[in-house]
Write a new protein. Structure first.
Length: 455
C-alpha cells in the first residue's frame, strides 16, 4: 500500500482481471501497480493521492497487447510509422505492440531488430517488441538471436506484403527443430494461391473483381498450410503460433484450454469476427486482407472458437496503406487495413452485445498475449506489474466511427460508419497517462518488452 502522497489512485472501477470482474481500486506508484483492492477506497487514500481518478463504475482493464502489427517503419513510412501508429494504439487502449518484420529493409538480422528498438525508444507512446523474420537463408541469424529482446520468429508460408516467403522445406524443418523461441506463422499455401491467381487471371485479365479475393487466397490454401505447419511443429516439438485464422476448417487443428498448456496456439483478428464475404460489394478493397475474409459461417465459427478457448489471442494484423493503394480489384489493390485504434472498443462493444464476455475479451487481448510471449510483468492488473491500464466506458452513448477520429497516418479505417458502444477514456503506459478523454500526450512513454522464452 502507498504510504506517501506520490501516487495515483483509480477508484470506483469495475476491474476486469484474471477471469473475474469486481468493484475496487488500484494504486499506482511510479511505473508500477502498487496495490489492487476490492471494495471502496478509504477516504484517507483518496484525499492523499497526488492524482485521483473516480472511475464512476467504468471498466478498468489491463492495457491490450497487440502481438501482430505492421507499423511500416522503416522504409514504408509514407503509410505509417512508429510514432503515428503507437499514438493510434494508445488511443484505443493498446499499451504494447509487437511489430512484424516485412519492412524495408526487412527485419531479418539482429542488427535490424536493434535498429527498430532504437527507433521505438525515441518515438513510441506504447511499449514495443519486434519479430525477426525468417528467410530461406538467414538461419544463422535466427539461431544467434537474443530472444529476451526479440518476440520470436515470423515465418511466411505464403507471400504477402513484403514477399518474405519461405519455401525451402529443409529450412522450415530446421527452424521448427532448432529455434528456441515461439514461431509465428502466416499460413497460406503459395502453390494453391498461384494456381487460383492464374485461373482467374485467364478469365478476367488484370481486373479480377475484389469479391474473388477469397477464391484466389482460398480456404484450401489456408487449411493446407495450417495443417502442414501444425504437423511440423508436432514432429519437432516447436512452439507454433498460427496467425490470423480466417476459416472454420482450420479450427480442427487446435484445442481448447489454457494457453499455458499449449505448444500450438491460434490467433484471429477483429476483421474476421466482424466482416464476411457478403460485404465485399459494400466495402470493396477496404476489407481486402491476407488471408481473405471468408463466409459468414466462418465468422460465426471463429466467434464461437474465441468463446470456447480454441482461439487463444485476438490481435489486429494492423496493416495501414494509403487509400490510393486500395484502389483496384483482387490483383491490383494492396491487402491490409488499419485496425489498432478501434480493436479494443470493437471487442468490448461485442461484449456489451453479448457476443463475448468482457472477461473473454481481456483474456484474448491482454492476458494471453503476455502468457504466450512470456512478457515480463505486463498484461495483468497485479501488484508489482507495470501500470499499463485502460479505463473504458462500456455504458457510453452509442457513437459512430468517423474518419476524423483516425490517428493512423493513412487517415482511414474500414470501420468508418460502424456504431460502437464502448469508448477508451484514459490509457496509462508505465504509470503515465498517455491518452485522456480524446487528448493525446505524445511524449514517448513506451519501453522495450522483455521476453522469457525459456520459462
Amino acid at each position: 500500500m502507498a504510504t506517501d502522497t506520490d501516487y495515483t489512485l483509480i477508484y470506483n472501477a469495475r476491474i476486469v482481471n484474471e477471469g473475474s470482474t469486481f468493484t475496487g481500486y488500484v494504486v499506482i506508484k511510479g511505473e508500477m501497480i502498487d496495490s489492487v483492492e476490492p471494495g471502496d477506497a478509504p477516504a484517507s487514500l483518496i484525499e492523499g493521492a497526488a492524482v485521483r481518478i473516480d472511475a464512476d463504475g467504468r471498466l478498468l482493464l489491463p492495457g491490450a497487447i497487440d502481438e501482430h502489427v505492421h507499423f511500416r517503419d522503416p522504409g514504408l513510412t509514407r503509410k505509417a510509422d512508429m510514432a503515428t501508429e503507437s499514438r493510434a494504439a494508445v488511443a484505443g487502449g493498446v499499451t504494447s505492440f509487437i511489430d512484424m518484420p516485412n519492412t524495408v529493409p526487412a527485419t531479418v538480422t539482429r542488427e535490424a531488430v536493434e535498429d527498430k528498438i532504437k527507433r521505438a525508444q525515441q518515438v513510441s507512446c506504447a511499449n514495443y517488441g519486434f519479430f525477426i523474420g525468417a528467410t530461406n537463408s538467414n538461419l544463422d541469424e535466427l539461431l544467434a538471436a537474443d530472444y529476451t529482446r526479440i518476440a520470436g520468429v515470423k515465418l511466411f508460408l505464403g507471400s504477402s506484403t513484403g514477399n518474405m516467403l519461405v519455401d525451402s522445406e529443409s529450412t522450415i524443418s530446421r527452424i521448427f527443430s532448432e529455434v528456441p523461441a515461439l514461431i509465428a506463422v502466416h499460413a497460406e499455401d503459395e502453390s494453391i494461391i498461384s494456381a487460383n491467381r492464374k485461373t482467374f487471371g485467364e478469365e478476367y485479365g488484370e481486373d479480377v473483381p475484389v469479391n474473388f479475393h477469397p477464391a484466389i487466397r482460398s480456404r484450401k490454401a489456408c487449411v493446407e498450410a495450417t495443417r502442414r505447419a501444425v504437423e511440423g511443429a508436432k514432429k519437432y516439438g516447436a512452439r507454433l503460433h498460427v496467425l490470423h485464422i480466417s476459416t472454420a476448417d482450420e479450427l480442427q487443428f487446435f484445442t481448447a484450454g489454457p494457453v499455458e498448456n499449449k505448444k500450438i496456439t491460434a490467433e484471429t483478428c477483429p476483421q474476421y469476427l466482424l466482416f464476411c464475404d457478403e460485404l465485399y460489394p459494400k466495402f470493396g478493397a477496404r476489407i481486402k486482407c491476407n488471408p481473405a475474409i471468408k463466409r459468414a459461417a466462418d465468422r460465426d465459427a471463429l466467434r464461437k472458437a474465441v468463446a470456447d478457448g480454441v482461439i487463444d489471442v485476438i490481435a489486429t494484423d494492423h496493416a495501414p496503406h494509403l487509400e490510393s493503394e486500395k484502389e483496384g480489384g483482387a490483383l491490383k489493390a494492396v491487402s491490409g487495413m488499419p485496425m489498432v485504434q478501434f480493436s479494443l472498443p470493437v471487442m468490448v462493444s461485442l461484449a456489451v452485445e453479448g457476443t463475448f464476455t468482457i472477461e473473454q475479451v481481456v483474456e484474448k487481448m491482454c492476458h494471453n498475449p503476455a502468457r504466450l510471449f512470456r512478457i515480463d510483468r505486463r498484461g495483468f492488473i497485479r501488484p508489482g506489474y507495470y501500470a499499463d491500464l485502460a479505463l473504458v466506458d462500456d455504458r457510453c452513448e452509442p457513437y459512430t466511427i468517423t474518419s476524423d477520429m483516425v490517428l493512423s497516418k493513412c487517415a482511414w479505417t474500414p470501420l468508418e460508419g460502424a456504431p460502437l458502444g464502448a469508448r477508451v477514456d484514459i490509457t496509462w503506459v508505465n504509470g503515465k497517462q498517455v491518452w485522456r478523454y480524446g487528448v493525446l500526450f505524445s511524449s514517448p512513454a513506451g519501453k522495450p518488452l522483455k521476453f522469457n522464452h525459456n520459462l
